[in-house]
Design a protein around this ligand. Structure first.
Ligand code: NDP
Length: 470
């Protein structure tokens, strides 16, 4: 019976939840998993939704169960497994069928797969999905890339299962090829940065101010009622509240952070595009440094731990909140500037306001501030978030807090790499006359690279270094 509306391969954490979400919205879904037992367990445990689920044991059965023209979502481990599944599906599918890769693919792979699909068929969409297990089950944020016509074909299902912000679906077509997966990578980079800035503020409260985890949780809970309202602040309060055998859970968790690489991809791409995203870079760096546990312990043994305890009253909770607000605005300003750079380079015409809108609900970085960013970008997407009047106001109010927290952190050995990187970038971006004239002089001195002058027109001019130049 080929009456399923859509198919899905990969009933792992995300795939299973996405399939239940699709079934719940009234779409019959055929499912397949490499390990067959999982497929049948999935149907057996689907409760009221079981009649909407068609379990299949082979890819041929999966294809046969779906109404043509078919659409099949791949939700398998990113990388080679995606290529393997596409290769296996290709001979089973008609040219106008559609494969949708919903995993965390590198957007370069998505571009390649889209080009292969254009040549050999079937159709192909690359789709970033954010929101973790809970989002997949009850409403993720969805960032699509590929041919608009293919997106339009499946958008009724994708919009139905996505998160909603005041009734607007958080599911948007971003552009051709790898555009959706690129936007998802930037989302993840920002996610790394948001998490790192929260961890840095947590460090000031824990080490600098000697606050208990419960007291820190209360601060995050309080901030979650103001401009910092966000999923990440909310869960930071929740994790700080949690206990294990009477001890704060946070105090028994090893300080070594994992990563799957999407933050790193964002940083690599930013370097390729010469886009400055120092807050995200600092966040990825901090995860890498967290992994050097033995080296950190040796460093502490040789140099001694920095005297991180702050004199009472030196830092206020208000200044910490302001530091987080300013850091967050600067981080997003950088993230959106990276999107602009990629959009130009790859000729994607990425919709900046729509990107802010699609991140307002469902995804890990969802927050009230994203709504304000969407509004600012709708007014004028060309000036960048740092210069949008609404955020100029916020930065003028919160910038001094960021500066005071970063300077106190530096003076007392509290590492604040992401917040510091945000502040340094902000100061650079408000400096009309920078120190790059020195760099240009040095480059010309040793390499005759030439420079431009302020007082005369022309390029490739040289300095009076004479015989000193090498
Ligand atoms: P899981 O590890 O829970 O599940 C992986 C799935 O892929 C399983 O169904 C597994 O089948 C299947 N699989 C693995 N290798 C192969 C292969 N070679 N051939 C066929 N099937 C294979 O992963 P997640 O559900 O967490 O992640 C799936 C994708 O979604 C990844 O790209 C991930 O990065 C992305 N993602 C994950 C999020 C999360 O919060 N977990 C959030 C957003 C995106 P089997 O059961 O047989 O092992």
């Amino acid at each position: 019976m080929n009456d399923a509306n859509i198919g899905l391969i990969g009933l792992g954490t995300m795939g299973a939840m996405l399939a239940l979400n699709i079934a719940e919205k009234g779409f019959k879904i055929a499912v397949f998993n490499r390990t067959t037992a999982k497929t049948h367990d999935f149907k057996a445990n689907a409760g009221d939704l079981a009649p909407m689920i068609v379990p299949t044991d082979t890819l041929a059965d999966l294809v046969a169960a779906i109404k043509p023209p078919r659409a099949i979502i791949l939700m398998v481990t990113a990388g080679a497994p995606v290529d393997e599944e596409i290769e296996k599906l290709r001979p089973l599918l008609a040219k106008d069928d559609l494969i949708i890769d919903a995993g965390n693919a590198n957007f370069h792979d998505t571009d390649r797969r889209a080009a292969e699909a254009a040549e050999k068929g079937p159709h192909f969409l690359g789709m970033g999905v954010s929101g973790g297990e809970e989002g997949a089950r009850h409403g993720p944020s969805i960032m699509g890339g590929g041919d608009k016509a293919d997106w339009d074909r499946v958008s009724p299902i994708l919009e139905a299962i996505s998160a909603k912000h005041d009734g607007t679906p958080c599911a948007t077509w971003m552009g051709p090829g790898g555009a959706g997966h690129f936007v998802k990578a930037v989302h993840n980079g920002i996610e790394y940065a948001d998490m790192q800035m929260i961890a840095e503020i947590y460090g000031v409260m824990r080490d600098g101010m000697g606050m208990t985890a419960a007291a820190i949780a209360a601060v995050f809970d309080d901030w979650n009622k103001g401009p910092l309202q966000s999923y990440l602040i909310e869960i930071s309060a929740a994790v700080a509240k949690a206990t294990d055998g009477g001890k704060p859970m946070l105090d028994v968790i090893l300080d070594k952070a994992g990563q799957k690489g999407t933050g790193r991809w964002t940083v690599i791409e930013a370097q390729q595009l010469a886009a400055a995203i120092p807050v995200i870079e600092a966040a990825v760096m901090a995860r890498n440094v967290s992994g050097s546990l033995d080296e950190r312990k040796k460093g502490e043994a040789v140099f001694g731990a920095a005297p991180q305890v702050l004199p009472k009253g030196l830092v206020t909770l208000k200044a910490l909140e302001q530091a987080m607000i300013a850091g967050k605005i600067l981080c997003y300003a950088q993230g959106f500037a990276l999107i602009v750079a990629a959009s130009k380079e790859f000729k994607w015409d990425l919709p900046l306001p729509a990107i802010a809108r699609v991140w307002r609900e469902g995804c890990i970085i969802r927050s009230t501030m994203l709504n304000d960013m969407a509004t600012a970008l709708e007014e004028d997407a060309s000036r960048g978030l740092m210069l949008a009047p609404y955020f100029v106001g916020h930065l003028k109010a919160s910038g001094p807090g960021l500066r005071s927290v970063v300077s106190i952190g530096a003076a007392h050995g509290l590492p604040l790499p992401a917040l510091s990187a945000g502040l340094a970038w902000f100061d650079m971006m408000r400096t009309g006359r920078s120190t790059a004239n020195m760099i240009q002089a040095q480059r010309d001195f040793f390499g005759a690279h030439g420079f431009e002058r302020l007082d005369k027109p022309g390029v490739g001019l040289h300095g009076p270094w004479g015989g000193h130049a090498m």
